[in-house]
Design a protein around this ligand. Structure first.
Ligand code: SAM
Length: 204
């Protein structure tokens, strides 16, 4: 597992330079408006888990206090450059979503966009998010999920044969189930884009 995770981390390091260009396509096709939907729900002290290159940074309200973690130095470096360009203060740290480097009850909001597909152990990460949120704090999340259509699920399964070994990218997850199992109360949830994208707000 540790060796496999190291391989995926190195994949993200190498992907950092081309990530924003690749996401321009997907953000237009599948995720238009989703980053805005998530960020406008962030309040207070905010942790973004698996922040990547920081594509959400320009979208947060000015008055939130931001911390971001990611496992990849390459992604974090890109996020640092973006934060500097924006003049936005962000505490960016290398960290693993499986073991968040924060005390219990530290944040008002945790944001996670398009990353539960890539984090190896969703249950463990969601439990960690629950731990670091204050009582009443909210997890706001969007991700691509398993298709409601069997034919598309077959295609997703085929894609996973390549995407999981190379990048740890899962196509058939449904993180809302892990979020409920961790003890959160779902206060908003919606499946969009034919059910392939799911967004949610969950309260501790
Ligand atoms: C598809 S990218 C999403 C990046 C960003 N959240 C976005 O919305 O563009 C997945 C990110 O998850 C990060 N990641 C994967 N496993 C992780 C882990 N165990 N802990 C923290 N970050 C992780 C990768 O380094 C990568 O930046």
């Amino acid at each position: 597992m540790a060796e496999q995770q190291e391989k995926w981390r190195s994949y993200w390091d190498k992907s950092a330079a081309g990530y924003d260009d690749e996401m321009k396509f997907w953000d237009r096709l599948l995720y238009a408006g989703q980053r805005e939907w998530v960020c406008e729900r962030a309040v207070g002290e905010v942790l973004e888990v698996a922040i990547g290159t920081g594509l959400n940074l320009p979208l947060y309200p000015d008055d939130v206090k931001l911390t971001g973690i990611d496992i990849s130095d390459g992604m974090l470096e890109a996020a640092r450059l973006r934060a500097d360009d924006l003049g936005r203060e962000v505490d960016l740290r290398k960290g693993d979503a499986h073991q968040l480097p924060f005390e219990d009850n530290s944040f008002d909001t945790v944001v996670c966009t398009l990353s539960m597909c890539a984090i190896p152990d969703v249950d463990r990460s969601v439990r960690e998010i629950h731990r670091v949120l204050r009582p009443g704090g909210r997890l706001v999340m969007v991700d691509h999920v398993v298709s409601p259509f069997w034919i598309l699920r077959l295609i997703q399964g085929f894609i996973e044969r390549f995407s999981v070994p190379s990048a740890g990218e899962h196509q058939r997850r449904r993180p809302i189930l892990n979020v409920r199992a961790a003890g959160f109360t779902i206060s908003e949830s919606e499946r969009i884009k034919g059910g392939h994208v799911e967004r949610l707000v969950a309260t501790k």
